[in-house]
Design a protein around this ligand. Sequence first.
Ligand SMILES: [Mg+2]
Length: 426
Amino acid sequence: MKSTASLGISRSQFDAVIFDLDGVVTESAVKWIGALRAAGFKTAIVSSSKNCRRILVEARIGDLFDAQVDGLDSDEIGLDGKPAPDIFLEAARRLGVDPGRAAVIDHATSGVEAGRRGGFKLVIGVDRAGQAQRLKEMGADQVVRDLSDIPIGAESETPDSSDLPSALEHLDNLAALMKRRRTAVFLDYDGTLTPIVERPEDAYLPDLTRLSVERLARHCTVAVVSGRDLPDLRQRVDLDHITYAGSHGFDIKGPDGVEMQNEEGVKFLPILDRAERRLRELTSSVPGAQVERKKFSVAVHYRRVDLSRAREVASYVHEVAGQFEGLQQSEGKKVFELQPKVDWHKGKAVLWLLKALGLNHEGVVPIYIGDDTTDENAFRSLRDHGIGIVVEEGARMTSAQYVLRDTEQVREFIDRLAALLEGERT
Ligand SMILES: [Mg+2]
């Protein structure tokens, strides 16, 4: 376990870190940025290069950043190059953070100067060419040789998922925590209840899993929280007495009249229609690219696209994101998604649901199980009063406290949890 540190970047003082593209495409940098994100920081990347997006896709690190500003953006909106602070300020604006709560990390003296001129709280120079003194002269608060030299002072530890205890092997711990308290279980769908498949429409819920979820729902509140549309999700899960949160929580419906559509999101529906049409036009020439319109987003799947053309898909999505005001781009497993730029996500939806169901108090233990980056928001939202369980076969930085290796383990966990709750009743 990593300890919290007072030096470096701490959540109490910073909301975001903005990087220059040069220097982030190394193994140790990727690991460090992952840790930063798991600790709850927003991240952005800036570059004067017009190939920034392609480089990120090729290095498979596009999903490490919440916002990007590249050479194409600079041309389009007329940003001055470094040492003018424009590109960093635009990145902060896109992240929705104040420069006074953000750090800039750059390897070049012009970047350090730009960060200084932008009024950023902390400017860190990365010295790769023996120019530490020069970076300091230009205004760097700190100079490091490698990003991993910068301590991340998180409010809580952010371990690698491979270090986490198994939720199955530590069911006793959970049982102790749940004793004399109620439980609410939130489940992601794809990759959690069903294995990831080539085509999203082929992800059917196994009958055995449906029976386990049904059994659990007899003893506690159960909600399925997914990026899928609400009607699609309900049809696939096909259980009456549970709550459904579709479209990453923009669209919620439960058995006891609990219902919510994010009003801000509703305003974006005409824009999403236009973005969808444009994306269909652009991607029609790329074999395997699949545009999926959901109510509150447009997804572009590239799992079946040849690797050599994946960057083309990325550039189309980026182009459309830039064309339509108010849409933001996110990434999941082999999918890009355009969503309304609204401060809402699975974590906020889960907190909303707990309140709507009268379950937002000490007498309830919420458990959230999910596999994707969008689920990390929920893990963080529940960090102080619930249990996050990440579904991950490999290793990744996560804010969850427990791990399950695959969907089969998820089913077994749900079943054993149901048995535990049944035992308590008898
Ligand atoms: Mg998932």
